[in-house]
Design a protein around this ligand. Structure first.
Ligand code: ADP
Ligand code: DP6
Length: 337
């Protein structure tokens, strides 16, 4: 079976010039309607569409440099990684999409990256990491003028599904697509501004998690009896969330996003053996939020494959949020960057 992303790279490569240094920044993103479950693991093709909000200056800076000493090199946050670490191996395998997978005549590369978010802590470093790497590789191999952002989103998907949504700021929707080769499974920005929209990260555990999102997702799909109900519900949630975002109907959006996240975590808890990224501290924060909401606070929570809790709210609630949750790190996704 041909792969649409690989074909795009091959076609663009035929027109491209020699390799050069290129750098890129991509924001991380938080899904308001989650991607959870794949119909094709090799291509990261999802069972349902998803919709996210990008995290402005929280993301990944990546530079790709043709290596001078003929050897590959991967640097994360200023530290050289051993090439057999999973991080370096995944990044180089992704780079092979651009420089030939057969091992012959590979262009040696130095991939230098740093995250302004904690790595592998459920704050979507894989999303910004592979989106920035895609853009930097396209720049380095002279493909940027030959590929649209949507096509780069399709390529980024091969690194990590959530990376499809990190090519843009603001709200982004990834359509699951139906084609076997993945040619219609990429993201597009909603192209709307909602300046009052806010996100707060409530850090619970910013160290690396014990199970990657990828493993957690595959384990849940394979063993959770609750997973059967997820794809249809998630598709309906995604549609309803898009409608609420377009109408700027904050309470409808917040309630749907929170319910969608909790349903995803319910599928994991029913997995065999059970998988729980949320800790007692995460649940205590949710209890605190739900109590405050009863007293009138307009804020909702969402959680990914990690213990950290993220809140969504509008600018007018910022003082209430930072009073209730002094640890909150507030992000303004539409502030001019
Ligand atoms: P997270 O919740 O942070 O996305 P995951 O376990 O899903 O955690 O993904 C972490 C993985 O994403 C890392 O092990 C690495 O393979 C990849 N990754 C993270 N940051 C970058 C980056 N800046 N460049 C390339 N890959 C990255
Ligand atoms: C819970 O995109 O990290 O954050 O495609 O296997 O790399 P892979 O998975 P990944 O999973 C993200 C899962 C999530 C939900 C989401 O971001 O939509």
């Amino acid at each position: 079976m041909n792969d649409a992303a690989k074909q795009l790279i091959r076609d663009a490569m035929a027109k491209a010039s020699a390799s050069q240094t290129a750098s890129a920044y991509a924001p991380s993103n938080i899904a308001l309607s989650k991607y959870w479950g794949k119909r094709d693991r090799a291509r990261n093709l999802p069972l349902n569409s998803s919709l996210s909000i990008s995290l402005a200056e929280w993301g990944s800076h990546t530079q790709v440099v043709p290596s001078k000493d003929g050897r590959d090199r991967v640097t994360l946050g200023g530290e050289d990684l051993s090439l057999d670490t999973p991080f370096a191996a995944k990044a180089l395998k992704f780079a092979d999409l651009f420089r030939g997978e057969d091992g012959s005549a590979k262009t040696p590369l130095w991939i230098e990256t740093s995250n302004t978010i904690p790595t592998a802590a459920g704050l979507a470093s894989s999303a910004s990491g592979f989106a920035a790497l895609t853009q930097a590789l396209c720049g380095a191999f002279g493909l940027s003028d030959h590929l649209s952002e949507a096509q780069m989103s399709l390529i980024a998907r091969l690194g990590s599904g959530s990376a499809t949504r990190s090519l843009w700021h603001g709200f982004v929707r990834w359509d699951k697509g139906t084609q076997e080769d993945g040619s219609d499974s990429f993201a597009q920005p909603l192209n709307l501004q909602w300046p009052e929209f806010r996100i707060a990260i409530l850090p619970v555990d910013v160290g690396p998690k014990s199970h990657s999102s990828r493993d957690g997702m595959n384990h849940t799909v394979a063993t959770s009896p609750l997973f059967a109900s997820w794809p249809d519900q998630a598709e309906a949630d995604c549609q309803a969330i898009e409608t609420a975002v377009r109408a700027q109907d904050f309470d409808t959006l917040g309630a749907l996003a929170e319910a969608n996240a909790l349903a995803m975590h319910a599928t994991m808890q029913a997995a065999r053996p059970a998988l729980s990224y949320l800790t007692t501290e995460s649940w205590a924060l949710l209890d605190q939020l739900w109590q405050a909401r009863k007293e009138g606070l307009q804020a909702y929570a969402t959680m990914d494959a990690g213990a950290n809790v993220k809140l969504i709210f509008l600018g007018r609630s910022t003082d209430d949020i930072t009073h209730l949750f002094p640890q909150a790190q507030v992000i303004e996704p539409f502030k001019t960057l």
